[in-house]
Design a protein around this ligand. Structure first.
Ligand SMILES: NC(=O)c1ccc[n+]([C@@H]2O[C@H](COP(=O)([O-])OP(=O)(O)OC[C@H]3O[C@@H](n4cnc5c(N)ncnc54)[C@H](OP(=O)(O)O)[C@@H]3O)[C@@H](O)[C@H]2O)c1
Length: 276
């Protein structure tokens, strides 16, 4: 059956390949990117081959949480019945590593933005909908002060901390929604796949991007993930696995969840929500 699937960061790399493979399989894809011309290019390329595949296209810079909210508003107004959200957009190295709020961009784009988008779309998602979050084998203990903007981290450390923080919120929300849905899963798509992120960061060609796209599509659609809410799939080993030990530590997860809620509220000048 044809599904409606939002892939963030579908202008390049794993996200672009995933959008193409979903379109080829007859699904309706909602594209997202931060760069209007790359977004139009992706839309045009897909629409030329699969006429009805692109159900919408949204521009939003995920380092700005007000643009994350605009993205959520656009989806809720125009495509309220999405079946799958793939939180794929991510950043490792960038010349400008601080946001307007003087936060590390990795925490904002890789952790806070997908969290906010998920929170905004959650009430609209059906029980059997899925949210697939792009984690990584790179996971380091989250320094809450660094996440709140104190000091500076290396690219790798900021990336690895932001990915563990995402894996932690993914597990927390996934377990909280285990009985009610939607299914929320964190996936390491496999390491060193040949995207521009990997080429820029490590100077290597990297592996076939379809390895990552394949596992995202399985996580989004296949029965083997239907009861996996809160779990972490490691595509380096090809199985569900334990994430970093901190993601299994209730106290550490609670502290990270609280810090994420506080930061999001602070950036958007909202009240801090009560713990769910
Ligand atoms: N490649 C790997 O081996 C690997 C391994 C583990 C995890 N991952 C994860 O997989 C995901 C996809 O990465 P990739 O390797 O395919 O990298 P990529 O080719 O650099 O793609 C990243 C995507 O995210 C978008 N993006 C980056 N910053 C953004 C921002 N501020 N606002 C909105 N969109 C933004 C990019 O937009 P532009 O097109 O404008 O740059 C692009 O569409 C990431 O979450 C990454 O951490 C990748």
């Amino acid at each position: 059956m044809s599904k409606t699937i939002l892939v963030t960061g579908s202008t390049d790399g794993i996200g672009l390949v995933t959008a193409g493979m979903l379109a080829a399989a007859g699904h309706r894809v909602l594209l997202h990117g931060r760069d209007q011309s790359k977004l139009e290019q992706a839309q045009q390329t897909l629409a030329e081959t699969y006429a009805a595949a692109v159900a919408g296209s949204y521009r939003a810079d995920l380092s700005k949480l007000d643009e994350v909210d605009s993205l959520a508003d656009g989806i809720l107004n125009e495509s309220p019945s999405i079946d799958v959200l793939i939180n794929n957009a991510g950043v490792f190295h960038t010349p400008q590593s601080r946001t307007a709020e003087d936060l590390d961009i990795r925490f904002v784009v890789n952790t806070l933005a997908p969290y906010r988008l998920t929170r905004r779309l959650l009430p609209q998602l059906e029980k059997y909908a899925r949210i697939v979050n792009l984690s990584s084998a790179a996971q380091s203990p989250v320094n809450l002060a660094a996440m709140a903007g104190e000091g500076s981290l290396s690219d790798f450390e900021a990336y690895a901390q932001s990915k563990l923080a995402l894996t932690m919120w993914s597990r927390s929300l996934g377990l909280a929604h285990k009985d009610t849905g939607p299914v929320i899963i964190a996936v390491n798509p496999a390491s060193m796949l040949g995207s521009k992120m990997v080429k820029q960061a490590f100077g290597v060609d990297g592996g076939d991007l379809r390895i990552g796209a394949d596992i995202l599509i399985r996580a989004a659609l296949s029965d083997e993930f239907a009861d996996a809410s809160g779990q972490y799939f490691d595509n380096d080993s090809g199985r569900f696995a334990s994430p970093h030990a901190d993601a299994l530590d209730d106290n550490k997860v609670a502290a990270v969840m609280q810090a994420i809620d506080r930061l999001v509220a602070q950036i958007l000048r909202e009240e801090v929500p009560n713990p769910a």
